[in-house]
Write a protein that binds this ligand. Structure first.
Ligand SMILES: Cc1cc2nc3c(=O)[nH]c(=O)nc-3n(C[C@H](O)[C@H](O)[C@H](O)COP(=O)(O)OP(=O)(O)OC[C@H]3O[C@@H](n4cnc5c(N)ncnc54)[C@H](O)[C@@H]3O)c2cc1C
Length: 403
């Protein structure tokens, strides 16, 4: 990659400016209402979504033929430096996790009928969905151990299992459930992804599992879900039987880089708050900005943010070129999760007690940042993926080349 490959074109800069203007005019002023997560915030989201659609800023993660407005990873990375700054903005622009990832796999692996029935209303923002893979009884880091079973009975799958952390399941219309369909197959051919409408008998949203003191509402929940004798037609199979892991890889790769792109926005917002407050707040005869510790935090944060930006743009560019960019995505997933946490944590520290209040977005950002080191694969697993790939290359006589 050269810097010229990933620099935003004038057209992308102009588009990013439109997102910035929308964020400033509509999203930031609405954050206090949106953060309450009540009926008033639902109405505010609906109003903002209609505005985003009117302004042509809807679903920038998908190409126009899939109902979106962009579809390039690189462009989406640049846009997320704005969209990512508010946790609510992904919902406002119709590119929220997990619907964005689910939309992408439906687009790539769905049949024409599946696209019409599930993808069209999802991309239009008429319904929400969830992705149901992780189970409380087995390690999510090693999904070859999944226990949820789907057994073929005539023209139907019968699903039995227990999941949790099915984000957004409360109020969703359907889920994509990862279930073992051939326990005797080699580990990565055992599972299949199946589309399950939430109103199918036997689907029980047991509870929204509170995380770090936050129960969430609708889209922001992480739900425990039970599947008991859930019968769905075999036409609800996504891709081929046994393709579950292959499709999960297709889903989680882009899903991970989408998260990282949003974190770029979060980091930059926290950084700006830290710098402004350091200049404004005085202690021991001068502004905090004059203390060397604070200067170190600012310098370290600037270095980490810029490193994350360039690594993300590099991975996005490679994905646009048709490369899976497995190493690049894993590298940026654990590196940026750590940087996000550290930058936000420093910004909180500079704000003192104010940093823990809800008077700035920092405390909510810090709680989210902690989860970033776990969801879509804990840091340790991504480090393992990176190290294994690099070592494999050396073992086969090819040194790892940084390109
Ligand atoms: C906010 C949030 C949202 C989520 N949303 C979804 C969702 O929508 N759908 C879904 O299916 N799942 C979701 N998850 C679940 C997430 O993907 C899992 O939590 C993750 O894969 C880890 O699985 P686990 O929690 O079972 O931890 P385990 O697999 O039990 O791992 C526990 C710890 O062991 C360590 N560890 C594991 N493997 C290794 C290793 N090889 N080397 C060293 N240490 C290791 C790590 O420190 C890890 O944190 C979400 C999680 C969070 C926090």
């Amino acid at each position: 990659m050269t810097i010229a490959d990933v620099r935003p074109t004038d057209e992308v800069l102009e588009l990013r400016d439109r997102y910035r203007a929308f964020m400033e005019e509509h999203v930031y002023p609405s954050e206090p209402v949106l953060g309450r997560e009540d009926e008033e915030s639902d109405a505010a989201i609906a109003r903002l979504r209609a505005l985003a659609k009117d302004e042509g800023l809807w679903a920038p993660h998908l190409p126009p033929e899939a109902g979106g407005s962009s579809g390039s990873f690189l462009v989406y990375a640049h846009l997320n430096e704005q969209i990512g700054r508010s946790v609510w903005a992904q919902l406002v622009f119709g590119c929220q996790a997990p619907d964005a990832g689910n939309g992408e796999i439906l687009w790539h692996f769905g049949t024409e009928e599946q696209k019409e029935r599930w993808l069209a209303p999802l991309v239009a923002g008429d319904v929400r969905s969830f992705f149901s893979m992780t189970e409380p009884e087995v390690p999510g880091s090693d999904p070859t151990t999944l226990r949820t079973r789907a057994v073929r009975d005539g023209d139907a799958w019968v699903i039995d299992g227990h999941k949790w952390f099915s984000s957004g399941a409360e109020g969703a219309a359907f889920g994509i459930v990862m279930a073992v369909t051939d326990p005797g197959a080699e580990p990565h051919r055992r599972a299949t992804q199946i589309l399950v409408p939430v109103d199918t008998p036997g689907v029980e949203i047991v509870r929204a599992v509170p995380t770090m003191g936050h129960r969430g509402r609708g889209w922001s929940t992480h739900c425990e879900v039970r599947y008991t004798d859930v019968r769905v037609p075999v036409e609800n199979t996504l891709g081929e039987v046994g393709d579950g892991f292959r499709i999960a890889q297709k889903r989680l790769g882009p899903g991970r880089i989408h998260h990282v792109m949003r974190w770029l926005g979060q980091m930059q917002r926290a950084f700006e708050l830290m710098c402004s407050y350091a200049l404004e707040r005085e202690a021991f005869g001068g502004p905090l900005a004059d203390k060397q510790t604070v200067q170190n935090w600012i310098a370290d944060s600037a270095a980490e943010i810029q490193a994350c930006r360039l690594m993300t743009l590099d991975a996005a560019h490679k994905i646009d070129q048709g490369d899976e960019a497995r190493v690049e995505v894993s590298l940026i997933k654990f590196f940026a999760a750590g940087a996000l946490h550290d930058v936000v944590d420093r910004a909180v520290q500079v704000h003192g007690a104010r940093g823990l209040t809800d008077e700035t977005p920092l405390s909510a950002m810090l709680a989210m940042a902690r989860g970033a080191r776990i969801y879509d694969g804990p840091d340790e697993v991504h480090r393992m993926v990176v190290a294994r790939r690099i070592l494999k290359s050396f073992a086969s006589g090819e040194p790892w080349r940084f390109e």
